[in-house]
Design a binder for this molecule. Structure first.
Ligand code: PLP
Length: 342
């Protein structure tokens, strides 16, 4: 199977498995797991934040961030297709008691301008809830892996801080953003109050995410992780793979971007497929199939019989490149698409 459903499907490398087997461990709830401590220290160092916390998933990191940055009844401003608003099963309402005020990005990238965000800002009064948090997503998943540039996010953070509002970056794929924009993850997240990034997506670790921010923020986040049942004891077993992923994987993400670009260019040549390869900046390729004679569900099902897995919604299909997709797989996928469409 050529599995393009997500970059979460990568399997741990033999090196990761060896590191996991040999990992030094302790009780992480007591702060005594040396591997997790090292992972958290390295993450904080790499992002130049005061502290970092290993969490079970991107969703857990995001939801803890919402919880720590807000109080019940407040609002979070987020782009309308953001993961936190659409795909975290309403947890921000359940756990934090907040509501979302969503905004669109006029250029379709998923990255609203400060003007678009500030139009949704509410200071709070007897009728309206106050905005407590601005939510950015870099890269933007449903926007097609688009990158928010460092100066764009810095401008939003500066303006938000002037209004006394925090900014969180859902950087599930922040290393893809850094590689594609030839910037560092520090540049992309410097002014944000917190950032979450996934070890288990493009970086290829089997489990886990990191939440990074100020020492005070992370101390509170650690308590929320425990309350949520995320104190994982000898977590160094999985953290060892995360540490390798963090040190070694960012360098190879460019290969995934090249594969995604080749795929996008090939798809653009197929009749009825709507895609502009110039909009494909990282490892996510989203294309419109409404110009074909088949539905998205039919295409995905038929691709499966050609040993290609993809996912989608409405009239769109999403294909995500990752470490387990090789350059030679791309012509195979394009050939499968041709056969399915004909
Ligand atoms: C942008 C973004 N944020 C957060 C998540 C959640 O990560 P996890 O699946 O580890 O909970 C995802 C997962 O696809 C994502 O794409």
């Amino acid at each position: 199977m050529i599995d393009l459903r997500s970059d979460t499907v990568t399997k741990p490398t033999p090196e990761m498995r060896a590191a996991m087997a040999a990992a030094e461990v302790g009780d992480d709830v007591y702060g005594e797991d040396p591997t997790i401590n090292r992972l958290e220290e390295r993450a904080a160092e790499i992002f130049e934040k005061e502290a970092a916390l290993f969490v079970a998933s991107g969703t857990m990191g995001n939801q803890i961030a919402v919880k720590v940055h807000t109080r019940p009844g407040q609002e979070v401003v987020a782009e309308e297709r953001s993961h936190v608003f659409n795909f975290e099963l309403g947890m921000a309402g359940i756990l934090s008691g907040v509501t979302f005020r969503t905004v669109q990005s006029s250029d379709g990238s998923g990255h609203p301008t400060w003007d678009e965000i500030s139009a949704a800002y509410r200071p709070g009064d007897d009728h309206e809830s106050a905005t407590a948090l601005i939510w950015l997503e870099n890269t933007h998943n449903m926007g097609g892996g688009t990158v928010m540039a460092a100066d764009h996010s810095a401008e939003i953070c500066e303006n938000a801080h002037k209004l006394g509002i925090c900014v969180h970056i859902d950087g599930a794929r922040i290393f893809n953003a850094a590689v594609a924009s030839a910037s560092s993850v520090v540049d992309l997240t410097r002014h944000a109050d917190s950032v979450q990034f996934c070890l288990s997506k493009g970086l290829g670790a089997p489990v886990g995410s990191i939440l990074a921010g100020s020492a005070k923020f992370i101390a509170e986040a650690r308590q929320w992780r425990k309350r949520l049942g995320g104190g994982m004891r000898q977590a160094g077993i999985v953290g060892a793979a995360g540490l390798l992923a963090l040190e070694q994987s960012p360098q190879r993400l460019g290969e995934d971007h090249v594969n995604a670009q080749t795929l996008a260019v090939g798809l653009a040549h197929l009749d009825g497929i709507g895609i502009d390869p110039e909009h494909v900046m990282t490892n996510i390729v989203i294309f419109d199939v409404s110009g074909t004679r088949k539905t998205r569900a039919d295409i995905c099902r038929e691709l499966q019989s050609h040993d290609v897995l993809a996912s989608g919604w409405d009239h769109s299909i999403r294909m995500v490149t990752h470490r387990d997709i090789l350059p030679d797989d791309i012509p195979t996928v394009l050939q499968a698409m041709r056969q399915v469409l004909n």
